[in-house]
Design a protein around this ligand. Structure first.
Ligand code: NG6
Ligand code: CA
Length: 512
């Protein structure tokens, strides 16, 4: 009896002591907080193929994006922000590594069965956050290859991948919605794969006996307008052939829901520690097959509906941050990987139902193009308490600079390569951005002091399939963007000294 009493007392004392310890610890961390503020979380929302004119905050009137606009109202809108390239893979490669993709062969639009194209010896944007003890995650479109050089075996552990590049967690669309294999990967493995039905992928020849868009167009719910006539998955023919993995295949209509759910789950699970989430949406890339909640709602066909769906995804992420009490201490970046395209290979009425909408806004060209619409994209950054609400900046910035800028913010050392510390411009402290900026499409361009030079290159004037001006000419081009945002007047002949200056600078950057 006595023993029981004493042990009860002992337990009580222990509880009180532990309680004291806890109080003391809280006090300690309060003191710590006073000298060192809690590190901000970072959420990078990366839209796909979203143009400068596709968002109402950037002047779109035919389609409305209230959730995206809210970031502009609560934060800062960039009028002169750039993706590094006019297509997805090189843009992502440059943004994540801080190194221009055009410095390395094999960084063009990746096949769905390409090996990982980022050398795992390199540091990435995720490394910056890892070094600062953040939890790091990537959810959504990857398109940087996976596994060994010869490509992945989809039926086992697929490595190297995001993990080796310092992302703790990944949930991936391996390449694009229009490329096989049409399955999700979670942390190195295909989700819901039945080992009795292994996946095989080929980009060379048909494998297995599944119908293709070319042979069985009658089975399609959306027909290709160019390419995209290989294996049919969910009534849509894709680029590449696949067989097997039936239980693992995605349903395009559910894709936004699936990845948004995973993004929210990552936020919730990491609410108590600083985190970096790279949320890479599938919208508004082809095939545009939005959920029935959005289908038909924009009046602009699936492309407009996909914009509404994208806006919903953004709203879900923002609401989750709010519910978790994290909005105040989270930096949210919203931007796009390259410029807009209307018909990108499927008959989805994007052209017919455009309804006067201008995806590129006032810019010339579009996705794939050396003209500005190829890489000049919408970008919004919100950071309550640090970035002034509703601010608009014309600082010239590139997504390649995220790496050095966050390294500076978090005081960690990484190789910057081509990445510049633009922290002050990205947080609105200064309106001064980059001194010069490189644009990459099939050719290179350089912008400095409002002047833009495009290197001469061979190739078609217009990419006929997508009806986008390439910006390629065999003569050098020089534009004064301050006076001629639409790049209409080539001033190369009138300003030979400017031309020479930019050409020389571009050569220097190439040789760095
Ligand atoms: C092109 C595809 C296009 C799109 C693009 C990559 C055809 C005819 N066109 O080759 O549909 O997938 O590659 O887009 O196949 S990106 O945004 O991922 O760079
Ligand atoms: Ca893209």
């Amino acid at each position: 009896q006595n023993f029981k009493f004493y042990s009860c007392c002992a337990l009580l004392v222990a509880v009180i002591l532990a309680g004291c310890g806890k109080t003391q610890k809280t006090e300690e961390s309060t003191t710590e907080t006073a000298s060192k503020p809690k590190q901000p979380n970072v959420v990078l929302i990366y839209a796909d193929d979203l143009g400068y004119g596709d968002v109402s905050a950037y002047g779109a009137t035919k389609v409305s994006t209230p959730n995206i606009d809210k970031i502009a109202n609560n934060g800062m809108r960039f009028t002169n922000a750039h993706a590094t390239s006019a297509t997805c893979t090189p843009s992502r490669y440059s943004m994540l590594t801080g190194r221009y993709a055009w410095r390395k062969r094999g960084t063009g639009v990746a096949r769905g069965n390409a090996g990982l194209i980022i050398d795992t010896a390199r540091t990435t944007l995720a490394t910056v956050f890892k070094k600062a003890d953040y939890a790091t995650g990537v959810v959504g479109k990857w398109h940087l290859g996976l596994g060994p050089q010869e490509g992945p075996d989809w039926n086992g552990e697929i490595t190297p991948g995001p993990k080796q590049l310092d992302f703790d967690y990944s949930f991936l669309i391996p390449a694009t919605g229009d490329r096989v294999p049409c399955v999700y990967l979670e942390n190195d493995r295909v989700v819901d794969l039945d080992p009795a039905d292994p996946i095989q992928v080929s980009y060379k020849e048909k494998i297995g006996d599944e119908p293709t868009g070319k042979e069985n167009p009658e089975l399609l719910k959306m027909k290709p307008s160019h390419g995209h006539d290989m294996t049919i998955v969910n009534g849509i023919s894709r680029i590449g052939y696949m067989t097997g993995g039936k239980a693992a295949r995605w349903v395009d209509e559910d894709m936004a829901d699936v990845i948004t759910h995973k993004a929210k789950k990552f936020l919730t699970e990491n609410k108590d520690n600083p985190f970096f989430l790279f949320f890479s949406t599938h919208d508004i890339h082809v095939p545009r097959v939005p959920h029935s909640r959005f289908a038909g709602k924009s009046g602009m066909g699936p492309r407009g509906d996909a914009i509404l769906q994208l806006d919903w995804c953004v709203g879900e992420v923002m609401n989750t941050l709010e519910e978790l009490g994290l909005s105040e201490n989270t930096i949210v970046i919203f931007t796009s990987d390259n410029g807009p395209v209307v018909d990108d290979g499927y008959e989805d009425e994007a052209v017919e139902k455009l309804n006067g909408h201008t995806p590129a806004g006032p810019l010339r060209g579009g996705k794939y193009s050396a003209f500005d619409a190829g890489t000049r994209i919408p970008m919004l950054i919100q950071w309550p308490g640090t970035i002034q609400k509703g601010k608009v900046t014309d600082a010239m910035t590139s997504q390649i600079d995220f790496k050095a800028s966050f390294a500076s913010l978090l005081k960690v050392e990484v190789d910057a390569y081509d990445s510049e510390n633009l922290l002050d411009a990205l947080t609105g402290k200064t309106a001064t951005g980059r001194e010069y900026l490189i644009e990459h499409s099939g050719t290179l361009g350089i912008i400095k002091d409002g002047w833009k030079y495009i290197e001469p290159s061979k190739g078609p004037k217009v990419f006929a399939y997508v009806d986008i001006e390439s910006g390629y000419t065999e003569e050098p081009q020089l534009y004064n963007l301050n006076e001629d945002m639409g790049e209409e007047k080539n001033l190369a002949a009138e300003h030979p000294e400017k031309l020479e200056e930019l050409k020389t600078l571009l050569e220097e950057v190439k040789n760095q």
